[in-house]
Design a protein around this ligand. Structure first.
Ligand SMILES: Nc1ncnc2c1ncn2[C@@H]1O[C@H](COP(=O)(O)OP(=O)(O)O)[C@@H](O)[C@H]1O
Ligand SMILES: Cc1ncc(COP(=O)(O)O)c(N)n1
Length: 273
């Protein structure tokens, strides 16, 4: 039996809702063999980030070497990279192993406001990592910072997506969770350098959105690993995150995690009908 493989290069969330943990759960649910290269350990729960312990560049690169020299991977996702040294080290390994299906989730700030990417690292993200991205998945505040442009509504998002594509990302998925110009739906916007595609879903009234960005990008990565096109991968990822947000699980006292089982359970229920 052959199985699609995906590697996530990201931070650990002890609370299990975001970071490496969200990525692995999502890979597993989408039938992809998940592997990890940790960049930082966070002490985190639904109430916030209580400690950040970055790893050395050597430790990050050694983990990527361990995968590159043996198992190999069909796709790679990057999440929390924390500083410019780690970004440069990761970029070096992506090039060395010629990993081309690279999904960059430019994680910057946790939902509670904690900084997951130092300010000094934004330039490296823009100059070194973005040109290696097959897909970049910023939320609106991240897109504003990278593009250097404030965003209010869909037209601004389109313009910012063009700026990000000019910086080298082959596909830009600008997620719509933070776009409050539309109270009823959440539109994730894909720009492939030529055309725009909109993926819309009803906006859910919930505070349980911890790890939504990680989960969405991990689903894109898993589908790319299986050989889907970018448009197909985003389509599945949108359904995956919508199910994960709708079928709430009640954990913790703050911004709770999403339900990583929901998509598969819905598929199984649909198949049984
Ligand atoms: N309230 C919501 N209702 C439905 N989908 C949402 C909601 N908030 C976020 N999403 C979805 O979750 C994913 C992450 O969105 P977003 O909040 O923009 O990014 P991040 O989690 O990185 O801040 C996107 O696919 C978006 O469509
Ligand atoms: C280790 C880690 N990585 C990423 C996020 C961002 O989470 P979100 O998907 O909610 O933006 C997080 N809170 N912790």
């Amino acid at each position: 039996m052959t199985i699609a493989r995906a590697l996530t290069v990201a931070g650990s969330d002890s609370g299990g809702g975001a970071g490496i943990q969200a990525d692995l759960k999502t890979f597993q649910e989408l039938d992809v063999f998940g592997m990890t290269a940790l960049t930082a350990v966070t002490a985190q729960n639904t109430l916030g980030v209580h400690g950040i312990y970055p790893l050395t560049v050597e430790a990050v690169q050694k983990q990527m070497d361990a995968i590159g020299e043996d198992i190999g991977t069909d796709a790679v996702k990057t999440g929390m990279l924390f500083n410019s040294d780690i970004i440069r080290g990761v970029a070096e390994k992506l090039m060395q192993y010629k990993w081309e299906k690279v999904v960059v989730d430019p994680v910057m700030i946790a939902k509670g406001g904690s900084v997951l990417l130092l300010e000094e690292a934004v330039r490296a993200l823009r100059e070194v990592l973005m040109p290696l991205a097959l897909v970049i998945t910023p939320n609106v505040p991240e897109a504003e910072l990278i593009a250097g442009k404030s965003i209010h509504g869909l037209d601004d998002r389109k313009e910012a997506a063009r700026i990000l594509a000019d910086l080298g990302a082959k596909n830009v998925v600008m997620k719509g969770g933070h776009d409050e110009s539309n109270p009823n739906e959440v539109i994730d916007l894909l720009y492939d350098g030529r055309d725009f595609y909109e993926f819309s879903s009803p906006r859910q009234e919930t505070r349980h959105t911890h790890g939504t960005g990680c989960t969405f990008a991990a689903a894109v990565t898993a589908e790319l690993a299986k050989g889907r096109t970018v448009v197909q991968a985003v389509e599945v990822a949108k359904q995956f995150i919508q199910a994960a947000i709708e079928d709430t699980i009640q954990l913790g006292q703050g911004h709770g995690p999403t339900n990583h089982w929901a998509y598969r359970r819905r598929q199984a229920a649909g198949a049984g009908r």
